[in-house]
Design a protein around this ligand. Sequence first.
Ligand code: ADP
Ligand code: ZN
Length: 464
Amino acid sequence: MLLLKVKKLNNSFEFYKFANQTNELTHNYTNMNGKYWNEEIETMPRKQLEKLQVERLKKTVEIAMGSEFYAPKFKELGITPESIKSVEDIKRFPFTTKNDLRATYPFGIKSVPLEKVVRLHSSSGTTGNPTVILHSQKDLDEWADAMARSMYCIGLRNTDIIQNTSGYGMFTGGLGIQYAAERLGALTVPAGAGNSKRHVKFITDFGTTALHCIPSYATRLAAAFQEEGIDPRNTTVHTLIIGAEPHSEAQRKRIEEIWGAKAYNNFGMSEMCGPGVAIECQEQNGMHIWEDNYIVEILDPETLEPVPEGELGELVLTTLNREAMPLFRYRTRDLTRILPGDCPCGRTHVRLARFQGRSDDMMIVKGVNIYPIQIEKILMQFPELASDYLITIETVGDNDEMTIEAELAQATDDFGMLQNLTKEITRRLKDEILLTPRVKLVGKGVIPQSDGKAKRVNDLRHNH
Ligand code: ADP
Ligand code: ZN
């Protein structure tokens, strides 16, 4: 790779030129004053974008013929690079699931010899055993570039100081953000997970302007500032990249308010590389998924047929720019929909709506299908509540019972107020989820906190 840095002009703009023999389109020159990281790709007319997808799909098939997992499947289905004519051909491909990754653990899906593989990551195992994802050097470069593009898209520049609160281990939120922020040219603070006091000190001392954190940690870190007598709104932080767990629009608004900063929703998953798959632009209305890197399908999780345009379904992704371990029609289990219409920002890549959760997050209580995010949406409407909550489901006699513990923002002994508040929360929850939960308002620290992604549901029923 060739990196050409032209000297700094007036302190404000800098030109970079990245050129990569294998893939010239992804790395273009970037002017830090421009609107896009890679204008050609980001604003590419749809027809041309589809052409690029077809080319890349062919290339990816060629690479995956080196995979013990995909080669026999392709043979059986008659899938060859030459047989691919349009994006529609994706329908001929087999699905890939998390179970496939588990069954072939650790290296069974790889498409290139091990000497070309330079790093592995492992999913945090939210829903079971870990799985392994392999990366070549080129994969890592492309990933860093995609996430740098995402950072640029929300207004971050090489003048920013980006502090990362994710763990630097197997979790892709650590290194994935690190290399991207470096690629952007920002000053990067790899502070890592936990130790809020240290984060507070670093933000204060270094003048950190942007934070990467999971939404539940954004509120916890704000509380750590308040404990030190500092209002987070008075810090230098102007932008938060929040993602890795489902959160409601109301939760985002709250985060923006306590921080006096913009918070952008960012989607990533280890199987697709990590952060850098999709991000909101400054319109804050849906996450542009980088379609030069993925073919996006939204399918009915039961029939595996496409849902009608714009409707909710399972996100199914095919990687177009990966070589160590490309994945075809990967069933993410995440439920979302494609937002209709063009985005005023000028980017042509489709926008995904805020995630409803994973299909396996769905709770069936007394025959009613409920997603935790529906409950969060209601709780966040009450300024009297802080951001933490826990949903417990138990079997009492022959019945399922749901208890929702919600943390109060401020301690109080005004029992009349608490009673009315509990009643009102219960009423609004019933309107949303169609059954009446038991609502318990609790003080700070009562709800156990997890180190990584927040645990919102505790299902104690016999069959769980
Ligand atoms: P694990 O699958 O073990 O949780 P990952 O760290 O790869 O490991 O997590 C990816 C998952 O995190 C996604 O499939 C999705 O369910 C969730 N996720 C990531 N980003 C977001 C987001 N912005 N909004 C909602 N959910 C998200
Ligand atoms: Zn946009």
